[in-house]
Design a protein around this ligand. Structure first.
Ligand code: GDP
Length: 317
């Protein structure tokens, strides 16, 4: 099968997930790519429903994302935020004017009873996104971070307000047991030739998606491949490496491969700087492949996506 004709499901958080989803979308036709996005980070701010990972993925695929921050919109203005701050509103989470329109419209429609997946489909169409983007679930799931210093914190409280400073002890995904995969999620996985776990945070971006899907045996017959978000023992952005370390695990690409493990993963992509770890990954009965995984430019995203698809083709010809 030619890589361009594969049917692929990508599991994504925000920043790292959005970049690889963008690379895959540059290669695969719309009917061959479904991006399933974490909603455990979703929360309510200023009375509005905010879905940070969904928005990062959508803004990126639409070419509207702010490349400097990795979140929010490019050419953003901050008039409402400045006025809210002046009025004494909580200002630890920044929402730009253009971004606010998304949250206002999503909140209005959620309050009218429309499911998040349906709202997302419509917003994507309006932004000109042709590939399918699905929230992992339409049901409420809240990622909680258990910390040494401050006890259990809601995810954005830990991530943005406390700037990931508290020491992590563990995670809880409130509501996950009863959360059903959003319409289209299981169907897309059933129909997929391959599943790509994007280089997103394993603990708080990918695990909630996997725990929502629940029956992961289906991955074993779908050629699942993960791309490491940890390069040379460090993250490109965000607290994934810090989380591994605080949980007593040496942060490395190998630790990520172990986290997902076999038989879930058929293959694992690690950065060229971590090529020395390939043998240890192979010892986990996961086929390793090393390449450049830094996606700082649009061309790198496409190249990594192409490398991943070629790797999948070699794994499951
Ligand atoms: P969040 O929800 O916004 O934190 O986003 P994700 O979980 O999707 O992404 C965070 C992870 O993406 C971090 O662990 C980063 O190391 C990883 N990441 C960001 N950019 C890149 C990149 O260009 N290449 C790779 N391999 N990982 C990246």
């Amino acid at each position: 099968m030619k890589p361009e004709t594969m049917s692929v499901v990508a599991l994504a958080g925000g920043v790292g997930g959005a970049k690889l989803a963008d690379g895959l979308a540059q290669i695969l036709p719309p009917e061959n790519l479904t991006v399933i996005v974490n909603t455990g980070d979703d929360f309510t701010h200023w009375g509005l429903n905010v879905s940070p990972d969904l928005d990062t993925v959508c803004y990126t695929l639409a070419g509207l994302a702010n490349p400097a921050t990795g979140w929010g919109r490019m050419d953003e203005t901050w008039n409402v935020f400045e006025q809210m701050e002046r009025l004494g509103a909580e200002a630890w989470f920044r929402l730009g004017d253009k971004d606010l329109a998304t949250h206002l419209e999503r909140t209005r429609r959620l309050r009218d009873g429309e499911p998040l997946s349906s709202i997302t489909r419509d917003l994507c169409a309006r932004w000109g996104i042709r590939h399918a983007v699905l929230p992992m679930t339409d049901d409420p799931v809240a990622t909680m971070v258990d910390t040494v210093e401050m006890g259990e914190l809601a995810f954005q409280e830990y991530f943005v307000h406390q700037r990931c400073e508290p020491t992590v002890k563990g995670f809880r995904f409130a509501g996950i047991e009863s959360a059903r995969p959003a319409p289209g999620v299981l169907e897309a996985i059933e129909a997929a030739d391959a599943i790509v776990i994007c280089p997103s945070n394993p603990w708080v971006s990918v695990d909630p998606i996997l725990k929502t899907i629940k029956n992961l045996e289906i991955f074993e017959s779908r050629c699942a491949v993960a791309v490491s978000p940890i390069i040379g023992g460090k993250t490109v952005k965000g607290p994934a490496a810090k989380m591994f370390a605080e949980l007593g695990i040496v942060p490395s690409a190998l630790a990520v491969a172990r986290h997902y493990g076999s038989p879930l993963l058929a293959g694992f992509v690690l950065d060229a700087v971590d090529a020395a770890l390939t043998e240890a990954v192979a010892d986990l009965t996961i086929v390793p492949f090393s390449t450049n995984t830094i996606m700082n430019l649009s061309d790198n995203r496409r190249q990594l996506a192409q490398d991943v698809l070629n790797f999948i083709q070699r794994l499951a010809p």
